[in-house]
Design a binder for this molecule. Structure first.
Ligand code: ADP
Ligand code: MG
Length: 696
């Protein structure tokens, strides 16, 4: 594939700056709402329809009814005081009369629809105090143009300052432009036949000019086509990315030898079957010449650390260095303690590298890394800074950084080879989603928990029991145990998030004084680490926080998790939070405080959570209920993984799209095919993959 631009008289990927009848400010809003490219407008999907096909007589109108009718203009009543009073048009259709009311519109109407002319109107009927019929700002057209109005109208998600009429106008303009672009077909014929898919363009056409509800329904042919396109695009991009990695030179490690055996024998417990299988997968990958790209998914507490360490031992056994990266210093510190305990007895040199160390210390570590005196380095992303040079790094392990995109940004290239990469995540990712977001990685799953865990008791209570719950923590502290208290997630402003947590901390301090710590997102990272460390060292007994409690932090002494406004959290997130407790042999409990009465949907989530501790079951449910952004932690960045495809509806298309992509890429691409795929990549903004395609 060539990375040249798409040949076309119009460029659907250029930013739109002018749209007939829309103001510049409105165009800016559309950029934000839909995306700035012309094609983005076309990809803005309607969520419903208004049916104006049936013309009805005016006498049928009742309050709040949506109605479309033909009528004759009887009289224009211009306002006495402009700007204060509305312009009124009196109309009649022989069965009844009505007033059409327009604020801030001048004499334009009188010219456009003179007295005696026939019009079509559509809008919501209201009755004024006297009981006479009115329409406020109805949609109007001349009777001869009735087809403009008397049809099925898609309705779109909006933003303040843009109404349905304007967005429809913008989209219809963009569709007109796009229709002159020579869009090729990029799907293989087999896929089209199997689902009798329309072309991309005709799918868009029927979505924006629907003839019936099926045309915009997510499980209708048009939306299926677009969902298929999107999954297919992902699969092509991922396959190419994977090919690219496989083509890079890696390190071929040899089969397990003495050091690995000593490590295994030295473990203080028997590995679970899934841990063994994951280690075997990893070792196998490391013995290949292509660089490893593997994701280990294991629920919180499933024991991923020993698996990661086993990989590092193998690197060292082969005379290489290994690095372990954690998202925060506190997590990195926890790993460092662990690794020292388990690896140093084997004669492996382990060091810690993070931002907070003294400059001289860092300098010394860097120089020993470069000369190869350190075998294993553990730290934060500081390890990946340019000035950190390795002697011969062959493995990087990344913990708790499943967040989509992190892996892609990571450049580990060492001289002329690419080290093996192992990513560990506690987020259970449903298979279909993993195939889309991580399709270029191999995946190992640790589903089994180590034996001897006490199940967590999960209780749901209405919020007005908050005071009782706060008081009951007394018994927890008396036992010498600790508690987390997570404060409501306030959707629209982080500030109020913070206020809620601070308020709660204050309330709890009235009971428990200095035993209460506070942790929130607005704190600097060293402040956060400090708050966390203080809790870990049991200098504080109750940690009040927003949702920023670090994943992976192990405080076995914490046995209670209170979550306020549990109804506002996703299942996956509640599960993650709950996973902070129940890590030791102590009996733990999770208390979900919900706003009473909970919605059906909130109730469903809370019940699901109470009945299951299996992260995969919960994630699958969450994918249905809330979509992928929640699971992959990308929602905040506004990137929901897929744009048009909806996992709760189109899930089964993922593997079909993968098959189609394989079919396409199984033989060499013709220039036409390359060109077509290029279009597709641009539409779904997978240009990074295009670059790979072009360079590799
Ligand atoms: P996570 O997968 O959440 O990172 P960890 O690796 O921190 O989990 O393991 C959680 C706890 O379980 C640790 O204290 C660890 O020593 C212990 N553990 C791990 N594997 C086993 C096992 N097979 N049997 C018993 N305990 C285990
Ligand atoms: Mg962990």
């Amino acid at each position: 594939m060539q990375e040249n631009s798409v040949p076309s008289s119009i460029d659907p990927f250029s930013f739109y700056e002018k749209i007939p009848d829309l103001k510049e400010a409105q165009i800016k809003k559309l950029h934000k709402l839909c995306g700035p490219r012309l094609v983005d407008l076309c990809l803005h999907m309607p969520t419903g329809t208004i049916d104006r096909r049936n013309l009805q007589p005016l006498y049928m109108a009742s309050a709040e009814m949506e109605l479309t009718a033909t009528a004759t203009v009887a009289k224009h009543i211009a306002p006495y005081q402009k700007g204060r009073q509305p312009h009124r048009i009196q109309v009649t259709d022989g069965t009844a009369t009505a007033d059409l009311v327009f604020f801030n519109f001048g004499s334009w109407f009188a010219k456009q629809y003179p007295e005696g002319s026939e019009i079509v109107l559509s809008g919501e009927a209201t009755l004024d105090q006297k009981g006479s019929l009115q329409f406020l700002h109805p949609t109007l057209s001349k009777a001869e143009n009735r087809d403009e109005i008397a049809k099925l109208h898609p309705t779109y998600p909006l933003t303040a300052g843009i109404n349905q009429f304007q967005i429809a106008k913008a989209i219809s303009w963009a569709m007109g432009e796009l229709s002159s672009a020579p869009l090729p077909e990029w799907l293989p014929e087999s896929a089209i036949k199997q689902h009798e898919l329309p072309s991309f363009m005709s799918a868009l056409n029927s979505i924006h000019s629907p003839e019936d509800g099926h045309d915009i329904a997510k499980d209708g042919k048009a939306r299926t086509r677009l969902a298929f396109d999107e999954f297919y695009c992902w699969q092509i991009a991922l396959t190419e990315a994977r090919k690219h990695t496989q083509g890079l030179g890696g390190i071929t490690h040899s089969a397990p030898a003495g050091l690995t055996q000593s490590y295994m024998h030295g473990l203080p417990f028997a590995l679970t079957g899934d841990q063994k299988k994951s280690i075997a997968d990893i070792h196998h990958d490391m013995e290949q010449s292509a660089p490893m790209l593997r994701l280990v998914q294991g629920d919180v507490g499933s024991g991923k650390t020993v698996v990661g360490l086993a990989a590092m031992v193998k690197a060292v056994e082969n005379g290489h260095q290994a690095a372990l990266l954690a998202p925060t210093e506190i997590l990195a510190g926890q790993h460092f303690e662990n690794a020292k305990k388990m690896l140093e007895p084997l004669g492996i040199t382990v060091e810690f590298l993070a931002g907070k160390q003294k400059a001289a210390e860092k300098r010394s570590i860097k120089s020993r890394l470069k000369s190869g005196f350190i075998d294993v380095v553990i730290g934060t992303h500081a390890i990946l800074q340019k000035d950190v040079e390795f002697h011969n790094l062959s493995l990087a392990v990344i913990d708790e950084q499943h967040r989509f995109g992190v892996r892609q940004r990571m450049n580990l290239q060492q001289g002329d080879y690419q080290p093996d990469l192992l990513v560990m995540t506690a987020t259970p990712i449903p298979r279909t989603l993993a195939m889309t977001a991580y399709g270029d990685m191999d995946i190992s799953i640790i589903a089994e928990k180590p034996p001897g865990r006490t199940p967590i008791t999960t209780r749901a209570l209405p919020l007005d029991k908050l005071g009782d719950v706060a008081e009951s923590l007394k018994r927890v502290l008396e036992k010498g145990e600790q508690a987390y208290w997570v404060c409501p997630l306030v959707e629209d402003s982080e500030k109020s998030d913070l206020a809620a947590a601070a308020d709660r901390a204050e309330l709890l301090q009235q009971f428990y004084g200095n035993d209460v710590g506070l942790l929130h997102g607005k704190m600097k990272s060293d402040q956060k680490d400090l708050a966390m460390q203080t809790f870990k060292d049991a200098h504080t007994k109750i940690l009040v926080s927003t949702t920023v409690i670090e994943v992976g932090v192990d405080v076995p002494n914490a046995t209670v998790m209170v979550i306020e406004h549990a109804e506002r959290f996703g299942l996956a997130q509640l599960h993650q939070l709950r996973g902070r407790i129940g890590r030791g042999s102590l009996k733990s409990s999770c208390i979900l405080l919900y706003k009473d009465p909970p919605s059906q949907y909130a109730k469903e989530r809370i019940d699901t959570l109470r009945n299951s501790e299996d992260g995969f079951v919960l994630a699958e449910k969450d994918l249905e209920l809330r979509g992928p952004g929640e699971i992959l932690g990308t929602r905040q960045s506004g990137f929901g993984v897929t744009r048009l495809a909806d996992f709760s509806v189109h899930k089964e298309l993922v593997s079909e799209a993968r098959d189609a992509a394989r079919e396409t890429l199984s033989t060499g691409l013709t220039p036409e095919q390359s060109q077509a795929l290029l279009w597709l990549m641009h539409i779904f903004e997978k240009q990074d993959a295009v670059k790979l395609l072009a360079s590799g």
